[in-house]
Design a protein around this ligand. Structure first.
Ligand SMILES: *[C@@H]1O[C@H](CO)[C@@H](O)[C@H](O)[C@H]1NC(C)=O
Ligand SMILES: *[C@@H]1O[C@H](CO)[C@@H](O)[C@H](O)[C@H]1NC(C)=O
Ligand SMILES: *[C@@H]1O[C@H](CO)[C@@H](O)[C@H](O)[C@H]1NC(C)=O
Length: 419
């Protein structure tokens, strides 16, 4: 399977690092491939502009819910867009609802939770079950591209990795919701949204403001993603990606990225369609209308540095901060020759946690979930619930047609049980 990445084509280190990038993009965006014809990665695929209305207007209010567009400024100056759905469609219920914060993964934005018919969407289901719902949009995505002093055309705007989401984005939105509501917050994260909350907690952040956390497709460890990908990341020189694309925006819809994917897929013997099917895992339960809508709206930009950091997480098999690639650079940034590790055993043992993972999820490999559970082995047993969904791939957790029954029901009862 490792056609592109195994080195059997005699590729150089340079193309091997590209490989990591392509794989990361495609891993999180399987639909990019499933719904395109063979090898057609051209930018024309995205010629139709997605709606530019805010998320409230386009995807919440139309379904009869109240929704507020809000802004949260992080300590390092990024202005994040947040949507609040304060109550269910019926509008009844006492005040003092339990707030819940919903965090998407990498290369998508908050809209990704709202693409199915309304009765299937997690934020609306939570609102109808009496929760006060807050949807986060990570820095760099369509509605979170502002900063107090920089703008996205400047390289320095893209000078961040998931470390900054751990240090700045999450603490900022938690603080905001906590202060607005005066209550501890429940949390739902998908994919990268699970990694950053665990890392943040391991550094002693959020602990006083978080009530309980539901982690869908958890990806704290990425050790076995290799196996699914062929040797991909392990042998690559991730640092070179930075030289290639620069300290810059990684825009999956942009021409440079599209062209580069196209050229990789043009290698003799490389069949991107099959490669990707094998890499991403098969999502069992997607609605083709929803997938089309997804393609109109996602993928969203992130920073190249963030993808490099993720590639390092795969390659180095440890959960640690961004590696500057040279002991002297690391020394300069961290005061140590190696990047500091995130130690998950620091997560408070009595924090209610719910993990839901899929048997077909190539990104959140079941063995890596095993490693995560091992790291949590001293967690209070009555505070840790685990759900395994045999048929689910990575995207089923957000847009699966039956996720409302298979996963979201359990999320709601988990939160209610620990309230
Ligand atoms: C798929 O999505 C379309 C458009 O939102 C909707 O009309 C249809 O009922 C959905 N199908 C399922 C099985 O949910
Ligand atoms: C990027 O951020 C690091 C610190 O996080 C800083 O040392 C470096 O100078 C920044 N580079 C640019 C180009 O902004
Ligand atoms: C993580 O922290 C625990 C104690 O909280 C310690 O026993 C363990 O050695 C640490 N692990 C690493 C890799 O530093």
């Amino acid at each position: 399977m490792p056609l592109i990445c195994g080195g059997s084509l005699g590729l150089t280190a340079w193309s091997s690092s590209l490989c990591v990038l392509i794989v990361l993009v495609l891993l999180v965006e399987p639909h990019l491939v499933h719904s395109s014809s063979r090898g057609s990665f051209g930018a024309n695929k995205f010629a139709v502009s997605p709606p530019t209305d805010g998320i409230c207007a386009s995807s919440v209010i139309v379904h009869g819910y109240k929704c507020q567009e809000l802004e949260v400024t992080t300590q390092d100056g990024y202005i994040l867009s947040v949507q609040r759905i304060p109550e269910g469609r019926s509008g009844v219920g006492a005040g003092n609802k339990q707030p819940v914060l919903i965090q998407h993964g990498v290369l998508v934005d908050g809209l990704t939770w709202l693409l199915n018919p309304p009765e299937q969407d997690l934020p609306l289901i939570l609102a109808d079950n009496g929760f006060d719902v807050w949807i986060v949009n990570t820095r760099g995505t369509r509605f979170s591209r502002r900063h107090t002093s920089m703008d996205p055309s400047q390289p320095s705007f893209w000078n961040w990795s998931w470390d900054e989401l751990v240090t700045y984005d999450l603490p900022a939105v938690f603080d905001f919701v906590y202060k607005q509501t005066g209550q501890k917050v429940d949390y739902v994260g998908h994919s990268l949204g699970t990694l950053i909350v665990l890392a943040s907690l391991s550094e002693g952040k959020l602990v006083d403001q978080l009530k309980s956390a539901a982690l869908l497709s958890p990806i704290a460890y990425l050790n076995h993603m290799n196996t699914a990908l062929g040797v991909v990341a392990a042998k690559s020189f991730v640092g070179e990606i930075t030289t290639l694309f620069g300290l810059a925006e990684f825009n999956p819809k942009g021409l440079p990225v599209a062209n580069f994917l196209k050229s990789l897929c043009a290698y003799p013997g490389v069949d991107c369609y099959d490669l990707l099917t094998a890499l991403t895992g098969k999502n069992c339960c997607l609605n083709s209308s929803t997938v089309s809508l997804f393609l109109l709206n996602e993928p969203q930009s992130t920073s190249t540095k963030n993808l490099v950091h993720l590639a390092q997480t795969v390659r180095d098999r440890v959960l640690e901060k961004y590696n500057y690639g040279r002991p002297d650079y690391n020394l300069m940034h961290y005061g140590e020759a190696y990047p500091p590790a995130y130690n998950l055993s620091n997560i408070p043992h009595d924090l209610p946690l719910f993990l839901s993972y899929g048997g077909q999820d190539a990104l959140s490999d079941t063995r890596d979930v095993g490693l995560l559970l091992d790291a949590l082995k001293f967690h209070d047993v009555d505070k840790l619930s685990v759900q395994f969904v045999k048929d689910y791939g990575h995207a089923d957790f957000i847009i699966g047609v039956n996720a409302k029954d298979v996963v979201y029901k359990s999320v709601v009862s988990f939160f209610q049980h620990h309230s």
